[in-house]
Design a protein around this ligand. Structure first.
Ligand code: 5GP
Length: 210
C-alpha cells in the first residue's frame, strides 16, 4: 500500500532559521522534497537560480499567475513570491512529502485548498535573538531589516492558525523534532483509512461462514 505524501507548510519569522532547518531535513531524509518558489526579489550573492528561487521579472511573474502555474502566491515586503504547481503535484503523486517554505498569507491559502496539509511555525526563542540573527546575516539593509521585523510582528498575530510551533534553539534538536512531527502525521487515522478498510475486509474474509 502506497504511503500518501503530505504537503507541509513551514513559515517563520525572517531570520528564524527555517531555511537551514529545511536544508538539513532534506539532506537527512530522502522522503522530503523541498519546493523551489518563484520570486521577483533580487538574488542575494550566494543564491543560485533554480536552487534558492526561480528569479522572475514582475511581468514574468504576473504571466505565471494568469496561466495558473502557481498554487499560491503573495506579496512580501514589496516583492512577489509564489509556489509553482507542477513540482508539488508531481512529488505528492510519487508519495514524497513536499515542503513549502512560505509566509503566512500563502500558508492560509494552502490550508484552504489542501485541508490535509500540515502547518509548522518556526521561531527563535525570543525577539532579541531574531534581531541579532537578521543583523548578523549581513545580507539586508537596515531599512529592510526594520521592515522584516515589522512584518514579523504582524505575522505573530497569526501563529495560532498553525498546527505546530517549533523553537529553533539547537539545529539538531529542531530537525529531529520536525521529522517526528511529520512521521506522527503519517500515522493519523484520517490518513490511514485505506489500510483500515483493508484490515476490515481481511477480517471479514477470515470470519466468513462462522
Ligand atoms: P526571503 O526574501 O527571505 O527569501 O523570503 C521572504 C519570505 O517569503 C519568507 O517568509 C519566505 O518563507 C516567503 N516565501 C518564499 N517563497 C514563498 C512562496 O512561494 N510563497 C509565499 N507565499 N511566500 C514565500
Amino acid at each position: 500500500m502506497n504511503r500518501q505524501g503530505i504537503l507541509i507548510v513551514v513559515s517563520g519569522f525572517s531570520g528564524a532559521g527555517k531555511g537551514t532547518i529545511m536544508k538539513e531535513l532534506t539532506n537527512r531524509h530522502a522522503q522530503y522534497a523541498l519546493s523551489v518558489s518563484a520570486t521577483t526579489r533580487q538574488p542575494r550573492p550566494e543564491e543560485e537560480e533554480g536552487v534558492a528561487y526561480f528569479f522572475k521579472t514582475v511581468p514574468e511573474f504576473e504571466r505565471m499567475i494568469e496561466q495558473e502555474e502557481l498554487i499560491e502566491y503573495a506579496c512580501y515586503v514589496s516583492n512577489y513570491y509564489g509556489t509553482p504547481r507542477r513540482y508539488v503535484e508531481e512529488r505528492l503523486a510519487e508519495g514524497r512529502d513536499v515542503i513549502l517554505e512560505i509566509e503566512i498569507q500563502g500558508a492560509r491559502k494552502i490550508k484552504e485548498r489542501f485541508p490535509d496539509s500540515v502547518l509548522l511555525f518556526v521561531t527563535t526563542k525570543d525577539a532579541k535573538t531574531l534581531e541579532e540573527r537578521l543583523t548578523g546575516r549581513g545580507t539586508e539593509e537596515p531599512q529592510v531589516i526594520r521592515q522584516r521585523l515589522a512584518r514579523a510582528a504582524q505575522e505573530a498575530e497569526g501563529i495560532e492558525e498553525y498546527d505546530y510551533l517549533v523553537i529553533n534553539d539547537d539545529l539538531d534538536d529542531c530537525v529531529a523534532q520536525v521529522h517526528r512531527i511529520i512521521e506522527s502525521e503519517h500515522l493519523r487515522m484520517s490518513r490511514r483509512l485505506e489500510l483500515v478498510n483493508h484490515i476490515r475486509e481481511d477480517l471479514q474474509g477470515l470470519t466468513k461462514g462462522e
